[in-house]
Design a binder for this molecule. Sequence first.
Ligand SMILES: NC(=O)c1ccc[n+]([C@@H]2O[C@H](COP(=O)([O-])OP(=O)(O)OC[C@H]3O[C@@H](n4cnc5c(N)ncnc54)[C@H](OP(=O)(O)O)[C@@H]3O)[C@@H](O)[C@H]2O)c1
Length: 322
Amino acid sequence: MKAILSEKYGTPDTLKLSEIAIPTPQPDQVLVKIHASSINFGNLVLLTGKPLPARFVFGLMKPKYPIPGGDMAGTVEAIGEKVTRFQVGDEVYGDLSSSGWSAFAEYVAVDEKSLAIKPRNLSFTEAAAVPMAGITALQAIRDKGMVRAGQEVLIHGASGGVGTFAVQIAKAFGAEVTAVVSTRNVDIVKSLGADHVIDYQKEDFGNYEHTYDVIIGVNGSQSISTYKRKLKENGKFIHVGGAENQMYQTMMLGSWLSKIGKKKFITFLQRANQQDLMVMKELIEEGQVKPVIDRTYFLSEIHEAFRYFEKGHSQGKVIITI
Ligand SMILES: NC(=O)c1ccc[n+]([C@@H]2O[C@H](COP(=O)([O-])OP(=O)(O)OC[C@H]3O[C@@H](n4cnc5c(N)ncnc54)[C@H](OP(=O)(O)O)[C@@H]3O)[C@@H](O)[C@H]2O)c1
């Protein structure tokens, strides 16, 4: 089969399109013929080995997982003898970032618990956009933000892979949503249901008097003191991503502020799981959430796809078709 190999840390140029053997599924594994995958920030970490502490997970000197690629959508081709939830021919999707990666390839053998049946109203290309970004947004809003109907939620950096899901999921939970984006992304977030949009190229949301119940920091570089000022009395700031110093500020200063006051500052890492793939499937089939796709590349164009993604200006997701 064709697969992308990443044998050393480096730039997108280190990725090699190679021919390798199709994997054989273990008794509790499913062999999936992959139709599409997508790029997330985690793929960049696996590619570059940066930030350096990530190497304790991904391999100190070279990538522990030679075939990158976390998100995938495809068709079940074969099943191990202990597999109970899937049959040959099922259309599935999954996030393999906790189960060996390997989605930039024509086939993958994966534990059945990493998969769910894909939303029936999405193509494989669309379904591959969902797993990691969708589940990150879901866990930020539902588990960390504990967003409830009627609450005011601000999504800072709402136009990329995670942000476009976050706007829609917060709306699905009944929140009044304010999206902070650049001028070219105003219409995108309005079309996803944002009630208010702040164009960060024209105005600084930190200057407004208004405060929020929950702020989801997806992309941006504001200081923790700005977010603190923008929270209501019992408000929560959830750090998903953005400038690296924000993460350290949230972990250190934020956890201290959380202890001494009512406002909470939380940073978290998403956890891929089958249950949340099924929750996303339900939200998508009910028409409450849809993936936003920016660009689609062939597997052979992976270098170009990474070069585009690493600029950090994607409008929704970047897809790789296999
Ligand atoms: N905690 C977790 O488990 C987890 C999981 C997945 C991702 N993440 C993190 O989440 C972040 C977003 O990931 P992603 O995949 O959504 O990234 P992405 O798709 O690359 O995000 C790109 C988008 O962000 C917007 N943006 C860039 N700078 C901005 C700014 N200063 N203010 C507002 N918007 C800005 C860009 O629009 P403009 O350039 O037009 O502004 C673009 O639309 C990353 O930092 C990633 O590491 C965390």
